[in-house]
Structures are given as structure tokens and as C-alpha cells.
Design a protein. Structure first.
Length: 432
């Protein structure tokens, strides 16, 4: 427990390196199996998924995420997934492209709303969080969350920073103690719930159809629910999408700007591509297929710094896996961090090398050796949204700006619910 809490990334990596593709350890009475082979990961997520529910750690996030898409199970999950799916269809997502580009273009020095100035030093992660929150707010909720992004970001930091404790079997007990930390968690939760209630109220007053809240209000209208029950169900989905849909992409963009600044040759190739494809105009959804090197850069960032760095599942029945039987009740961990850095699938795995995603090389790899978005029935519903947002935001910002790391900034990682930078990454803005 101590090793896992202190440095889970190294602990899990060493566990796989020492004990192989399927290994076992215990935390108190709990049996935990680390699975580190593409075929076995695929089995847990696809062919054998019905033997598993989400893991204990995620279940402990229920005070925050309730019974939303990330935490719900079985028939209810499937029903909710079908209800929300239309918002994430390829054609629907294409309609979000202009909004994504608009928000990134607002940072340009000549934009009327310019909030970045040449020479200024910014907190990169905070800036990316503000941007992706504003985009989720406008695309999926038809609301302007720009003014609240700092408060929402701080509340999320408190709630997700609490993660290390979730690993402890005593966490439920600890969360009931009258400590300052628990009070801050409580306050953060209240703030987020207030945001959600405002989103719902704002939605009831608009005629605009087609956003997430409208769809859920319609979906639940025929069900025999009290107003409170309906509000709770909507709150759970809204908070889930708000959280899942902005921090993950913000972390990806943060890591991308950081590694680009450390790899000038890659950065120049990236600039050359966006200049050639966009020819000085803002990027559009039609440019996505041409921005192949930008996509390769993102792939490599998602490989080395996967925002979801591990996923847990709990076996509901005994299940045979890789020649062993996982007992009912045991936890199975699938770790993107460990698999993506496995030298059997990636030569010189810690090297940042977007070229390894050139088609000929990457098709040789086994499919679940790269699974930043999970897989099977629980595959990330926002995967296409995230690819489009990542590429368009990089291309829009990269057209105007060069982000340089300040000498005192270093990248230390904090593996919480998501993998994020531990300390603020201060970057200096230069015009290109
Ligand atoms: C780089 C960005 C992203 C990454 C790396 C990522 C990763 C993941 C992963 C690994 C899962 C599966 C978790 C599991 O099986 O336990 C997941 C689920 C989910 N993601 Fe994402 N995600 C990203 C962006 C987004 C976006 C943009 C949205 C919404 C706008 C979103 C919404 C969700 C939701 C609602 C689920 C639960 C799906 C379900 O269980 O049916 N994600 N994500």
C-alpha cells in the first residue's frame, strides 16, 4: 500500500517487469492482479467484460460522479450510453469544430478578446483547463462557462487530488472525519453541484435543442421519477461529462506543448505541417485528414503521458485469464502507463518519437498495446471529440504562438484520477 501510494507508476512498472504479463499482489485482504499483455487486456475489456464491474477505486468516486456514465453498470449504463451517443457521433462532432477553433483563436494577440500577450508567462495547465472547459460548456451544454473556469478548476483539483486516499481501504471512514481536507472536499462538491443546477436551469429557459441537458430532460420525461430523482440522474451525467470531457484533453494538450518545447526538431516539423495545410487561415474540420504529423505527435503524447494511466475492474465471478483463475471479488488493473512503455512493443520506449506512428510501423503493433481511450463497451464515448479537439487546438494555437519552457519549470507527474503535472508548468509565450 505504501509503495503504491507513494509512487504508483514505478510500483506498477516494476511489478510487471519483475513478475510478467499477469501478476498478483495484495493490499490487506484485497487481491489485485496487474494485467500487462495486449491480448489479456483485450479479453478483460471485450470478450470477458461481462465478468467484471468497474473497480473499487472508481466506485469510491460515487459521491462525486453518482451513477453517471463512467460509474454506472449493466442495463442502466447501456441505456444511458445509447441516450448520450447521438451527441458524440462523427457528424455531430464535426459541428463542434468551429467552436473549438473559435476558443483557441481568441488567444491570438490581435483578437478582440485576446488574453495572451507576447512575452507573458502563463501557467500552461491552467490555460489548457480554461480552454477545454469553455469548449465542453459550449459544445455539449450550450453554455458559457468561461467566467467560472478557475473556480471549477480549483474544485476539481481538490476533488481529484484526493485520489491517493481512495486507494486506502479506510478511505470511506476517513472521508467522514471532520477534517479541514474533508471540509474542502465538501465545499468543492457543493460548488460543482451549483454549477450543474445552473446549467439545468439555464437549459430549461432556452429553446435551443440538442444539448446534453435537453436530451436527458427529454429522455427522463417518460419515466416515473420524482423531480429530485430526475435532477440527481441528470446531475450525475452532467458532472461526469464535465469532468471526463475537459481535464483529460487539457492534460494531453499540456503535455504536448511541454514535450514540443523539449524537442525542437519535432516542433519545427509540426509547424511546417500546419503552415502547409492551413496556409495562414484558421483550421477546419476538413483539414483534419491532412494534419497527419500533428496526429502522430498526439499519439506519442497519449502513449508516454496517458491521461488515464490505469483502469480497475472487479471480477464478479471467477474468471480464467492467461492460464490462471482470477477469483471473484479480486481487482484487475490494466495500466496504460505500463503497457505504453513496454519495450516489447515500443523500441526505446521512453524516447519521444512521433515517427513511430507512421502507418507502416504502427500497424505491426498489437491493438491493445495502445489503449489510451480504453476499449470494448466502456470505450471512451468522447474519443473522437478528443482527437478533433486536440488536433484543432494544436493547429490553431501553433499557427500564432511558440510556447517556451521557463528555466525553473520541470515536468513532475501526479498520478491522480488522471495523470497531470504535479507543479505549475510556466511557459513563456512568443509570437511565431
Ligand atoms: C485525451 C482525452 C481523453 C482520454 C485519454 C479519455 C480516456 C478515457 C478512458 C480510458 C475511458 C474508459 C474508462 C474505463 O473503462 O474505466 C473513458 C471513458 C469515458 N470518457 Fe473519456 N477520455 C478522453 C476524453 C473524453 C472527452 C472529451 C469526453 C466527453 C466530452 C469523455 C467522456 C468519457 C465518458 C463519459 C466515459 C465513460 C464511458 C462509458 O463508460 O460508457 N472523455 N475515457
Amino acid at each position: 500500500l505504501w509503495q503504491l501510494q507513494r509512487d504508483p507508476l514505478t510500483f506498477l512498472q516494476q511489478q510487471a517487469a519483475t513478475h510478467g504479463d499477469l501478476s498478483h499482489f495484495r493490499i490487506g485482504p484485497r487481491h489485485i492482479y496487474l494485467v500487462n499483455h495486449p491480448e489479456l487486456i483485450k479479453a478483460v475489456l471485450t470478450t470477458e467484460h461481462a465478468h467484471f464491474t468497474k473497480g473499487a477505486v472508481l466506485q469510491r468516486t460515487k459521491p462525486l460522479l453518482g451513477n453517471g456514465l463512467l460509474t454506472s453498470e449493466g442495463a442502466y449504463h447501456l441505456q444511458q450510453r445509447r441516450r448520450l451517443q447521438p451527441l458524440f457521433h462523427r457528424q455531430q462532432i464535426a459541428l463542434y469544430a468551429d467552436c473549438m477553433v473559435k476558443h483557441a483563436a481568441r488567444l491570438a494577440p490581435d483578437a478582440s478578446t485576446a488574453c495572451w500577450q507576447p512575452g507573458e508567462v502563463i501557467d500552461l495547465h491552467q490555460a489548457m483547463m480554461n480552454l477545454t472547459l469553455a469548449i465542453v460548456g459550449e459544445t455539449l451544454f450550450a453554455q458559457d462557462l468561461t467566467g467560472q473556469s478557475t473556480a471549477i478548476g480549483q474544485a476539481l483539483t481538490v476533488l481529484t487530488g484526493n485520489f491517493q486516499r481512495l486507494l486506502s481501504p479506510l478511505s470511506t471512514l476517513q472521508s467522514r472525519l471532520p477534517t479541514r481536507e474533508n471540509q474542502r472536499v465538501e465545499e468543492s462538491l457543493t460548488l460543482l453541484e451549483q454549477v450543474v443546477i445552473e446549467l439545468i436551469e439555464a437549459d430549461l429557459q432556452t429553446e435551443e435543442a440538442g444539448n446534453l441537458v435537453t436530451m436527458l430532460l427529454e429522455a427522463f420525461a417518460d419515466e416515473a421519477l420524482t423531480p429530485d430523482e430526475r435532477l440527481t440522474k441528470i446531475r450525475d451525467e452532467v458532472l461526469t461529462v464535465l469532468l471526463a470531457g475537459h481535464e483529460t484533453t487539457a492534460n494531453t494538450l499540456t503535455f504536448t506543448w511541454w514535450v514540443l518545447a523539449q524537442h525542437p526538431a519535432v516542433m519545427e516539423r509540426f509547424y511546417a505541417e500546419i503552415d502547409r495545410v492551413c496556409q495562414g487561415r484558421l483550421p477546419t474540420v476538413e483539414d483534419l485528414s491532412q494534419l497527419t504529423y500533428t496526429r502522430m505527435v498526439l499519439c506519442e503524447v497519449l502513449r508516454l503521458y496517458p491521461p488515464v494511466w490505469a483502469m480497475g475492474r472487479q471480477a464478479v465471478t471467477p474468471i480464467k485469464l492467461g492460464g490462471y483463475t482470477i477469483p471473484a471479488g479480486a481487482t484487475v488493473i490494466l495500466s496504460q502507463w505500463v503497457m505504453h512503455r513496454d519495450e516489447r512493443y515500443y523500441a526505446d520506449p521512453t524516447r519521444f518519437e512521433p515517427e513511430r506512428w507512421a502507418t507502416a510501423d504502427s500497424t505491426k503493433r498489437q491493438s491493445y498495446s495502445f489503449f489510451p481511450f480504453g476499449g470494448g463497451v466502456r470505450l471512451c464515448i468522447g474519443e473522437q471529440f478528443a482527437w478533433m479537439e486536440g488536433i484543432l487546438l494544436l493547429a490553431t494555437i501553433g499557427q500564432r504562438w511558440r510556447l517556451e519552457a521557463t528555466p525553473e519549470s520541470t515536468l513532475a507527474l501526479q498520478p491522480g484520477i488522471t495523470l497531470r503535472p504535479k507543479y505549475p508548468l510556466r511557459m513563456q509565450l512568443q509570437l511565431r
